[in-house]
Write a protein that binds this ligand. Structure first.
Ligand SMILES: Nc1nc2c(ncn2[C@@H]2O[C@H](COP(=O)(O)OP(=O)(O)OP(=O)(O)O)[C@@H](O)[C@H]2O)c(=O)[nH]1
Ligand SMILES: [Mg+2]
Length: 121
């Protein structure tokens, strides 16, 4: 009976959790995208001033609830020395968002190279 009730409770109230990686070069706008998404989808989230966002060293985690799904965003630092950590998170994630600064044409080739790297380490 307990199993039946806990299964019913989980079915009705527990959200499916998905882990989404946010990757891209440093300064591409990953953390800004995450902050904007949290502000847009989390009703009570006040959001931080976008001008206060500084470069991410390591990992920045954000949660967004969309319908019955809970999305756990892992925003990784994009600096060159941190890119080698990206593939460590690949196996654990359900999806990847790759952010490109479309106005930074000089770094487009570098961005493609960084995108290819975790797929072909
Ligand atoms: N104009 C404009 N500026 C943006 C946009 N997205 C990000 N920025 C600016 O670009 C800079 C870098 O943004 P971040 O979100 O810190 O970039 P990041 O990809 O998280 O960088 P790392 O943490 O170093 O990997 C900040 O000064 C942002 O305000 C955008 O859509 N438009
Ligand atoms: Mg960042």
């Amino acid at each position: 009976m307990y199993t039946l009730l806990s299964g019913l409770y989980k079915y009705m109230f527990q959200k499916d959790e998905y882990c989404i990686l946010i990757l891209g070069l440093d300064n591409a706008g990953k953390t800004t995208f995450l902050e904007q998404s949290k502000t847009r989808f989390n009703k009570n989230y006040k959001g931080m001033s976008l001008s206060k966002i500084t470069t991410t060293v390591g990992l920045n985690i954000g949660t967004v609830d969309v319908g019955k799904a809970r999305l756990m965003f892992w925003d990784l630092g994009g600096q060159e020395e941190l890119q080698s950590l990206w593939d460590k998170y690949y196996a654990e994630c359900h999806g990847v968002i790759y952010v490109i600064d479309s106005t930074d044409e000089e770094r487009l080739a570098e961005s493609k190279q960084a995108f290819d790297m975790p797929l072909d380490p």
